[in-house]
Design a protein around this ligand. Sequence first.
Ligand SMILES: [Zn+2]
Length: 331
Amino acid sequence: MTSLAQENHPHKPAAPLDVHISDRYSRQILFRGIGTEGQARLARSQVAIVGCGATGSALAALLGRAGVGTLRIIDRDYVEPSNLQRQSLFDEQDASESLPKAIAAARKIAAFNSQIVVEPKVDDVVPANIEALLEGMEIILDGTDNFETRYLINDFAVKNSLPWIYSAAVGSYAATMNVLPGETACLACIFPDSPRGIVDTCETSGILNSAVNLVASIAATETLKLLVGDETHGTERSDGIKAPHLPKTLRKTLLSFDLWTNEHAEITAAKPRPNCRTCGNRDFIHLAGKGRPESAPARRALAAKAWSSSSSLLSGLTGPPRCGTATGVAA
Ligand SMILES: [Zn+2]
């Protein structure tokens, strides 16, 4: 006999172990920032992860084990041997079968937490399908490898007042920023145009799995803060609307860290940039399909290192890195 959840989600196997929720999450419930109520909120939460390569895998693993009730994992690529060094949800069997990453991820998560719902979507997020793919989600997480998709997510999130978290890793470098529409800067506030200049990708510079895990750990923790909320220490948004569930501990900076050199930078993203195309003028060119580069070289040119200095981060001359192939979505 299968449960309704299993019928709707064929990648959920029959529960191999009857773990009571209070046992499974006991150590997390003990943590003051989560508690019993916070854990219950996590169970009711719905999070989308766009791209399930290295960063997406790590995000999905952390949030799946933490008990986020629904994870929608979107990726159109297939598991390859070169992924195994850093893409923690996949194994040699997945690579030998060339399984779609979204499907392999759902199977792996079901093996360690059969009490949550995972919705695998073998697809690429593009202007034509982003509304359908992200419908009903509370938070969008960035597991992508390209700025073009990130701009598209930014347009969708700002238009629909949904929080999203930018994450990137290449070489030994990691960068992340929370985007809270109506509260903080959006991606286009920080990078008004597609970054040009230094091209640096996982294919040219490689990638350390520790850089991936660092950025995923930070982004997953910010996600937990957003989902659990904080009614006691809620903040008032810039438009005067009370946002009781937005905790003060949410980071409002663009944070970057190079694990090899120990260089790090943090620049403020606390306020939207005046006249920002996206969150100021609400001109959603990427949702309209106008912001997509036409050629692979142009797509590759969207990638760049961003850690050299705070000023270079802001200048738009360099920008966040991307990782993976020009056409793939996951690092
Ligand atoms: Zn903006």
